[in-house]
Design a protein around this ligand. Structure first.
Ligand code: BDR
Ligand code: CA
Length: 317
């Protein structure tokens, strides 16, 4: 199978960093470029973080385009209490050698999708502002998008920012609604799936056994991520949400879900940002989303991820 051409839209974030590194390491994927968005941190920080990540991985030639600095209709909601002051705390990162590529992230999405000879897959790992803007500006891109895979939402698991809402959807619910209403095939990797795909207990120590700088960075970020998540959730380990989304794209045999109608609550008094999943198909609305809610073998996901990450920086990776 030829590699899947993808654009990654991201707001790093430790789990975004793992997702980007996994995508760069995976032979199943051809990363055309990254776009950044305001999310876990403000736009300048998420953009700088993305540059640091691709450079550490030995992929410094990959374009990173800064996108939208705020959600479509709402104020940004950075969360340093979750991801640390830099967003990718846990490792002493080198300064990025280069800044972002010229040109706005939304333009990059539009131009790249329209010009690419094969349909492109969009991987959305943060608030979906950039993609929604691209769809509004150039609806014709939908015809050359094979699929959207996004990390976000939660139905059976509820939310992680409010009882009803997961972070990426809560920050820009209007954008997520545009994605889900686009008619493009969408795969959602919500908390229902990621919470069934926690990293093995003590996985940071497993990563730390590898001496390459990229693995040392992963070990440090994982340790940071575990500490926050375990304290908040009272669990022995945490899922790397965004990396699970990339894993679901490249190893679909390890994941389960159902095609059904999904919408986003944008106006609820208590439920803004909730993903409303018609799991039992009671609304009669058309199916618009493959909603993943299970992972059959989390250990295999993280074993494969470790093996892939360890290839980065080696010849040909
Ligand atoms: C999502 O929110 C962010 O904090 C993470 O990077 C991930 O994309 C998890 O709810
Ligand atoms: Ca993210």
């Amino acid at each position: 199978m030829p590699p899947i051409p993808v654009i990654i839209d991201t707001d790093p974030g430790q789990d975004d960093a793992f997702a980007i590194l996994l995508a760069l390491a995976a032979p199943e994927i051809d990363v055309l470029g990254l776009t950044t968005v305001a999310g876990n941190m403000g736009l300048p920080q998420t953009t700088d973080n993305a540059r640091r990540i691709v450079e550490l991985a030995g992929h410094g030639a990959l374009p990173v385009h800064a996108g939208c600095a705020r959600p479509l209709m709402r104020a940004p909601r950075p969360v340093p209490e979750i991801h640390g002051e830099t967003g990718i705390d846990g490792w002493d990162w080198a300064e990025a050698a280069e800044g972002p590529a010229p040109g706005h992230g939304v333009d990059f999405i539009i131009d790249t999708v329209l010009a690419h000879p094969e349909p492109v897959t969009m991987i959305l790992l943060g608030p979906q502002t950039n993609f929604a803007m691209a769809l509004r500006r150039a609806p014709e891109i939908a015809e050359n998008i094979a699929r959207v895979v996004f990390m976000g939402g939660g139905y059976f698991e509820g939310g992680n920012m409010t009882p009803a809402a997961e972070y990426n959807i809560l920050v820009d619910p209007e954008a997520a609604r545009i994605t889900l209403g686009s008619g493009i095939p969408v795969t959602a990797v919500p908390l229902d799936c990621t919470h069934n795909c926690a990293a093995p207990v003590g996985w940071s120590e497993v990563l730390a056994r590898h001496s390459q700088p990229v693995m040392q960075a992963c070990a440090g970020m994982m340790e940071f991520f575990e500490r926050y998540g375990n304290a908040k959730h009272g669990t022995a380990s945490r899922p790397l949400h965004d990396a699970v989304a990339v894993a679901a794209l490249i190893w679909p045999e390890l994941f389960e879900g159902r095609l059904c109608p999904v919408d986003v609550e944008c106006a609820g008094e208590l439920t803004t940002g909730m993903t409303v999943v018609d799991w039992l198909r009671q609304t009669g609305k058309p199916d618009n989303c493959l909603w993943l809610n299970g992972c059959s073998d989390p250990q295999a996901v993280y074993d494969r991820m470790e093996a892939a990450l360890a290839r980065l920086g080696q010849p040909g990776a």
